[in-house]
Design a protein around this ligand. Structure first.
Ligand SMILES: [Cu+2]
Length: 482
């Protein structure tokens, strides 16, 4: 018999997050829809159109530059070469509120695949644009230091382009489509053509110091520094604005006016909140346990929202990139960011919020001390209410789920790992490729703003299809109870 606690409304009731969903389709959203119309004719759009008509900004370069990015360079001898193949392809993907939008992607997923290399490695990037793709694409990798023209120039449909560079400086770096030699670059990026490269420091990450206080042997309150190994459980979060027409196409007028339709985190607005699976496990099938659950059906498969799980007392390393068009005021409700690093320079030893401008990044190191629910936000209210709310669950703070999992006989995985990822896994698209100092997640679940083919590849890589596994577990438990 499955223990089903009937208490309602105990989960996710923190005031800070409870307020968010009510406004989802309320005033803050409506005001965008009825906002004053941007006068396109008074912008530089005519000039942009001219650039587009002439095939983008093609500069005539001296012959010496023709060899830029040549992968046979002697410079690359004795270095590790890391291949990074990408495909530039337009597909339709689901849109918050129903329907689809005209996505442009690297390799059928938003964000594109994450590249991870070590400082000093050679990156060998190949962008293929399939025959029949309606537009050329390019790839501007911010981790490189090479001549932009012609390296990042347009790759025509039916062709491919390869370039190489040395990843000289550690950190997190955006890569993004450069459009058709800059023309339509805004559309290509903001409809999904972006990703990150992580360049690990050649001598490794630093251990983390967290400053606390403790009562010492003399009965005095004193500073108590706690140190954590540089090994960390890692996540990546990429922020972006979506500017959409009602039909799901790109709306340049809204972009120029900075009128955000949705704020995506890893390609999906509100992609990391509870869902039907958590409702079931919490004993409330058919009842939302969180006020905003826009991706709340197992029928949504890889698009169903998922939660991020971490144990308490563990070093978390979060790679954050602002892929968008607005500032990101990165804050975790209920926590202080223990360390903020950009490049390999520590920017802050402890801070409540850290600001990222467009195309800016950081590494946030954090340890959750208390079991509970924490919400990573862009602390711009327009961003929170349009999608930039990401829920971390630290430890095992949800007694009803603990009881249910015990009854199902699957709780041991959670207890052993100190987090629900021991049973449910963490979403595949929130986890960067592992490096030498990564703590491995106990399991992954299939989750992404991506094609069915990419979702199937995640499953083939061992990620759990929760929409298959959870009903099977529940059915088996029900049968056993009879
Ligand atoms: Cu493109």
């Amino acid at each position: 018999m499955i223990t089903m606690n009937k208490r309602l409304n105990f989960m996710f009731t923190m005031a800070a997050i409870a307020v968010m969903g009510g406004a989802l389709f309320g005033s803050s959203f409506t005001s965008q829809m009825t906002g004053s119309t941007f006068d396109f004719s008074k912008s530089d759009n005519a000039a942009l159109q001219k650039i587009h008509d002439m095939g983008g900004l093609e500069l005539v370069m001296p012959a010496a530059f023709a060899e830029a990015g040549n992968c046979d360079s002697d410079e690359y001898a004795d270095r590790t070469v890391v291949e990074f193949p990408l495909t530039g392809v337009s597909i339709d993907l689901p849109r918050l509120g129903g329907g689809t939008f005209s996505a442009m992607t690297f390799s059928e997923q938003i964000p594109g695949p994450t590249l991870r290399v070590t400082q000093g490695d050679v990156v060998k990037m190949t962008l293929t644009v399939p025959d029949g793709e309606p537009t050329p694409h390019g790839n501007d990798m911010h981790a490189s230091q090479v001549t932009a023209v012609p390296t990042f120039g347009a790759v025509q449909p039916g062709t491919e382009k390869t370039y190489c560079y040395i990843a000289q400086v550690p950190g997190v770096y955006k890569y993004h489509c450069s459009g058709i030699n800059v023309a339509a670059m805004d559309q290509h990026v903001l409809q999904g053509m972006y990703g990150i490269a992580i360049v690990d420091p050649i001598d490794g990450y630093s251990k983390l110091m967290v400053e606390k206080t403790a009562v010492n042997a003399n009965g005095d309150v004193a500073r108590d520094r706690q140190f954590y190994s540089a090994d960390a459980l890692e996540f990546s979060l990429q922020y972006q604005q979506m500017y959409l027409t009602d039909a799901g196409t790109y709306d340049a007028t809204k972009m120029f006016a900075h009128q955000t339709t949705w704020t995506a985190v890893n390609g999906q607005p509100f992609g990391y909140v509870p869902n039907e699976i958590h409702n079931l496990l919490n004993g409330h099938p058919g009842t939302n346990i969180f006020v905003a659950q826009p991706w709340n059906s197992m029928d949504l498969h890889q698009y169903q929202s998922q939660l991020l799980f971490t144990p308490t007392g563990t070093h978390n390393r979060i790679f954050v990139e602002n892929q968008g068009n607005e500032p990101v005021f990165f804050h975790i409700v209920g926590e202080i960011l223990d360390r903020v690093t950009q490049g390999n320079r520590v920017q802050s030893g402890a801070t409540e919020t850290w600001l990222l401008g467009g195309s800016q990044n950081m590494i946030v190191d954090i340890v959750y001390d208390e079991p509970g629910i924490y919400v990573a936000v862009n602390h711009d209210y327009a961003a929170i209410y349009t999608g930039a709310a990401t829920i971390f669950v630290a430890g095992l703070p949800l007694p009803v789920i603990n009881e249910t999992a015990t009854a199902l006989g699957v709780v041991q995985g959670a207890v052993d790992t100190g987090m629900y990822a021991g049973v449910l896994g963490n979403p595949y698209d929130s986890i960067p490729p592992y490096g030498s100092q990564s703590i491995h997640h106990p399991a992954k679940n299939v989750h992404c703003m991506c094609s069915d083919g990419v979702a199937a590849a995640q499953a083939a890589d061992g990620a759990v299809e929760l929409w298959v596994a959870v009903p099977a577990i529940l059915a088996a438990a029900a049968e056993a109870a009879e």
